[in-house]
Design a protein around this ligand. Structure first.
Ligand code: PLP
Length: 394
């Protein structure tokens, strides 16, 4: 039983998300690729085994379930291939390990996701890779920071917690002129809002834990590469066998089908809340690149086609006790780190404590919000009560 394959030409992103990476007639007509669990793969004879002549060779190297998500993500990201890892951080580390060796120099944006920084300063340093952090506003000036041994540049836009934009195409041009690999953590925008490989990114990272899941119920990473870097990424992944679990991959596939819908809703909700925060007397600044007065807005408008549910605010000067009174009493915002799920979240942060290339000097305490799918009137009422507690506490 089969049908002719669907022609992909001219299909929109939402249509692709629905159809990519699945063939119901390979699954007895069932809509979804099921969960294949397995370590060993049997071969029909010794000759096929000795030459590993099979589509699937061993559990760590892929199953029809992982193949389904890899194929879909490769299509969505405009990549040559994708590997799936057990977390978003593992997707970052496998990407870096694919393009670096002892003696190399690595440039990393100062606003990078903090655990990535810890990996660079710890493991990479131990293996002989030197990391230099750079100002997110560097743009084409990145060329001045490159050394003869600069092998890779890791970008992330907008920056984790602080939301600075980066001129990724300009950085990619400068990097490619000297043969360096450009990596990007694209978790915030996803390929739906920023097509990474089209913009010059060689290796792209997505923490599927966030918007691919949408449910705060799994850990998953996706690392995609263009044709130049795919063989290295694939070989590195294969050597580490850092594979994602079958149930998590299945949940990732389930999330993929509705990701466009959810992301557009998170975008709408977050933008309304960001504008609402701008009108609050307790707020000094809203850090959201889709707002016209954000310093990175022009880059966002040029390179991105949407924004997601995560942004930060800077409060006017307030004591730690006042911020704690505000945040701890919120009923609808959980205090927690991983975002992208259906629920709203808040966390206090101070990027000044770990930055090394730039100074983070906000007017007051900083809070990061993820806006979920709740009714906005309820979220605003919860926050209004929070602001009252903030004002009442010294
Ligand atoms: C931008 C970014 N990249 C990567 C990660 C890592 O994802 P995971 O939690 O799946 O390791 C996170 C997690 O918060 C993140 O915010």
């Amino acid at each position: 039983m089969s049908k002719p394959p669907l022609s992909r030409a001219g299909l929109g992103a939402s249509t692709r998300l629905v159809h990519a990476g699945r063939d119901p007639f390979e699954q007895h007509g069932f809509v979804n690729t099921p969960i294949y669990r397995g370590s060993t793969v049997l071969y029909p004879n010794t000759d096929d085994f000795l030459h590993r002549r099979a589509k699937y060779t061993y559990g760590t190297q892929g199953t029809p379930t992982t193949n389904s998500l890899q194929t879909a993500w490769t299509e969505l990201a405009g990549a040559a291939g994708t590997v799936l890892t057990p977390s978003g951080l593992a997707a970052v580390t496998i990407g870096l390990l694919a393009c670096l060796k002892a003696g190399d120099h690595l440039l990393v944006v100062d606003s990078v996701y903090r655990p990535t920084r810890i990996f660079c300063d710890g493991v990479l340093k131990r293996f002989g890779v030197e990391t230099t952090y750079y100002d997110p506003a560097v743009g084409a000036g990145i060329g001045d920071l490159m050394r003869p041994n600069t092998a890779a540049i890791l970008t992330e836009a907008p920056g984790s917690q602080t939301f600075e934009m980066q001129d990724v195409p300009a950085i990619a041009d400068a990097a490619h002129a000297r043969g360096a690999c450009v990596l990007m953590d694209n978790t915030w925008a996803t390929p739906l809002f920023f097509p990474p490989h089209e913009r010059g990114v060689d290796i792209c990272i997505e923490a599927g834990t966030k918007y691919l899941s949408g449910g705060s119920d799994l850990l998953l990473g996706l690392t995609s590469a263009n044709a130049r870097w795919w063989p290295k990424l694939q070989a590195t992944f294969s050597a580490f066998a850092m594979c994602a679990g079958p149930e998590d991959v299945f949940l990732g596939l389930r999330g993929l089908r509705t990701m466009a819908l959810r992301l557009r809703e998170h975008e709408k909700q977050a933008l309304e809340m960001a504008r609402w925060f701008q009108g609050r007397p307790e707020v000094a600044e809203v850090l959201h690149p889709a707002l016209p007065d954000h310093p990175g807005h022009a880059i966002w408008q040029r390179d991105f086609s949407g924004s997601s549910g995560l942004f930060s605010i800077v409060l006017k000067p307030a004591s730690q006790a006042a911020v704690a009174a505000m945040v701890d009493g919120l009923q609808l915002f959980g205090i927690g780190a991983s975002w992208g799920g259906f629920e709203s979240l808040v966390l206090p942060f101070d990027a000044a404590t770990y930055r090394t290339a730039t100074r983070y000097a906000p007017a007051g305490p900083s809070l990061r919000f993820h806006i979920g799918l709740e009714d906005l009137d309820d979220l605003k009422a919860d926050l209004e009560d929070g602001f009252e507690r903030l004002r009442a506490t010294v």
